[in-house]
Design a protein around this ligand. Structure first.
Ligand SMILES: *[C@@H]1O[C@H](CO)[C@@H](O)[C@H](O)[C@H]1NC(C)=O
Length: 225
């Protein structure tokens, strides 16, 4: 009887430990990770896909542009283990702003490669309503995951930065355009404004796609708009 129990315990031990081993192996065996469909297409990607240029432009206005290297722009990023990584090359023209927005799935680390920018973010409810300051070429700015943040050029010269994310698809949600597309009754009750006032703001927000211009700064810098 004792031998049978010992044998049973041994059996359970072997099953549990092999399960644990399998679980542990799962973190290093790429076949077990959640991007198997993309991984099986790995052969479809060649060297060029891993040495990339910021070619395609997502947001583009006369005042600046955003060139993302997210997984939807470079599918080779889908082959990276874990949450992966991605980057954005952002050009912010004189007096322009990369409008307030948030990245729901990743912290952002931005390195300025040109000019000077006014960076800032708002912490979650209960935290500080503003954290930020001016950063210049050669400096790096950290933006915590999920918070609303912006990069504004208050100078008369172009600025540029590379934003890096520890996620293949950080996602972007632009604050003003998102909010003012919500149902009218929601905006009305939230802001206390009338339908007419809301319509005016909606038109104005729609007429100022990202990146947009600060007109006071533009006057100071002698920029026509
Ligand atoms: C950032 O720079 C702008 C433009 O030079 C200036 O007006 C502003 O006071 C600066 N802000 C901070 C927090 O230093």
């Amino acid at each position: 009887m004792a031998a049978a129990v010992a044998q049973l315990l041994l059996f359970v031990g072997v099953v549990v430990s092999s399960f644990c081993l399998h679980g542990a192996r799962g973190t290093t065996n790429m076949d077990d990770l959640d991007f198997i469909p993309e991984l099986t297409q790995r052969q479809a990607f060649d060297s060029d896909d891993f040495i990339f240029k910021f070619k395609k432009t997502a947001d583009l206005t006369p005042f600046g542009n955003l060139r993302p290297m997210f997984v939807d722009f470079n599918p080779a990023l889908a082959t990276l283990p874990g949450d992966g990584a991605s980057q954005n090359l952002v050009t912010v023209g004189p007096c322009a702003i990369n409008q307030p927005h948030n990245h729901p799935r990743a912290t952002q680390i931005s390195h300025l490669t040109e000019g000077e920018l006014f960076f800032g973010f708002a912490e979650e409810n209960g935290g500080r309503s503003f954290v930020g300051g001016n950063a210049t070429k050669g400096q790096t700015v950290i933006v915590p995951q999920g918070v609303i943040h912006f990069a504004q050029n208050l100078g008369c010269k172009e600025a540029q930065f590379i934003a890096s994310f520890p996620h293949r698809d950080p996602g972007t949600q632009t604050t003003a355009s998102t909010f003012f597309k919500l149902p009218l009754s929601v905006i009305r009750a939230t802001t206390g404004l009338t339908n007419q006032e809301i319509k005016k703001i909606q038109l104005s927000v729609a007429a100022n796609p990202n990146p947009s211009l600060d007109k006071e700064c533009a006057k100071r810098c002698g920029i026509k708009y």
